[in-house]
Design a binder for this molecule. Structure first.
Ligand SMILES: NC(=O)C1=CN([C@@H]2O[C@H](COP(=O)(O)OP(=O)(O)OC[C@H]3O[C@@H](n4cnc5c(N)ncnc54)[C@H](O)[C@@H]3O)[C@@H](O)[C@H]2O)C=CC1
Ligand SMILES: O=C(O)[C@@H]1CCC=N1
Length: 276
């Protein structure tokens, strides 16, 4: 007898998935899940200010802000950390002891979720490329997360990109500073490269196109190549050429390294503050 093997990443999800907060990050994850084959009929979205995209999903079977609530299989908490103390108690009717509570809130510790919402809590830090299946998420489970709930968390996160698990929740502040916030640093690089192109004499539209395609093309090369980023950089750099002249500035005493170290330290510190 041949046993059919399902390649549906959501085969472990047999109940309801509640998404609380369908803003930029929650919306990006939901987009990734639906693109990956999540049945919209399994999804409840709680969102006081739904975007046009989220409202449109209601026509496809998602339940938006239903008036009744019952314990769900998974509750994804994607509200702002600053909103959580106010928004959290309203989620309790969706949570039983056996509900997986998957929080993506920056800073907010597992203990705060256990106090306010309950359930079996997994804390995760995704990033916005999740919307196109190219995110990376780091997750940490509470002690009462079962093996099945961990597998379900894995499946949900893998549908939006790569997943790393850690045991030490304290790492989540630096994780947030590197990969959670990281896409913003890369988009800023595209903005500033375009601005520098204009300053060097290019028309704005051309500079913007060159910067955007260079950042996304280099990112794609880094993604597909087995070479290290340092080797890929060296492959651009002819001795005594133009890149070497630019890198002497970018790798100088006040270049990328100290700048990014300060930026990541500032984000890490802010993540720690959000826990208070
Ligand atoms: N934006 C990003 O790149 C990332 C964000 N995060 C985390 O994701 C969470 C959401 O961040 P964003 O999506 O950027 O913010 P956002 O402001 O776009 O989304 C938050 C959403 O929560 C909704 N909301 C407010 N009160 C609510 C309530 N009582 N019940 C349900 N929903 C409510 C808001 O209307 C809003 O749409 C934050 O905790 C953040 O730390 C994590 C990783 C990356
Ligand atoms: O800026 C923030 O606080 C969130 C967490 C990581 C990315 N956005």
């Amino acid at each position: 007898m041949v046993t059919a093997v399902s390649n549906n990443p959501f085969q472990h999800l047999t109940g309801t998935l509640v998404l609380a907060g369908a803003g930029k990050m929650g919306g990006a994850m939901l987009t990734g899940w639906l693109a990956g084959g999540l049945d919209p009929a399994r999804v409840v979205v709680i969102e006081p200010m739904p975007s046009a995209e989220i409202t449109a999903l209601a026509a496809n079977g998602i339940r938006l802000n239903p008036s009744d609530a019952a314990p769900a299989e998974v509750v994804v908490v994607a509200v702002k950390p600053q909103m959580f103390r106010a928004a959290g108690p309203a989620l309790k009717p969706w949570v039983s002891e056996s509900t997986l509570v998957l929080s993506i809130m920056a800073g907010t510790p597992i203990m705060a979720l256990q106090e306010v919402v309950g359930g079996a809590v997994a804390r995760a830090m995704p990033n916005t490329p999740a919307a196109i299946g190219r995110g990376i998420t780091v997750a940490v489970p509470a002690g009462n997360v079962s093996a099945a709930q961990r597998a379900l968390t894995d499946a949900l996160l893998l549908a939006t990109g790569a997943v790393e698990w850690v045991d030490d929740e304290a790492l989540m502040d630096a994780v947030t500073a590197v990969s959670g916030s990281g896409p913003a640093y890369v988009f800023l690089l595209a903005e500033e490269l375009a601005r520098a192109g204009v300053a060097a004499g290019l028309p704005e539209a051309l500079a913007t196109r060159l910067a955007r395609d260079t950042v996304s093309g280099a990112g794609e090369l880094l993604h597909r190549s087995e070479l290290s980023s340092a080797t890929l950089r060296q492959n651009v750099t002819s001795p005594g050429g133009t890149t070497a002249a630019a890198l002497a500035v970018l790798m100088g005493a006040d270049g990328f390294q100290p700048l990014l170290e300060r930026a990541v330290a500032a984000a890490t510190a802010r993540s720690k503050e959000l826990a208070k």
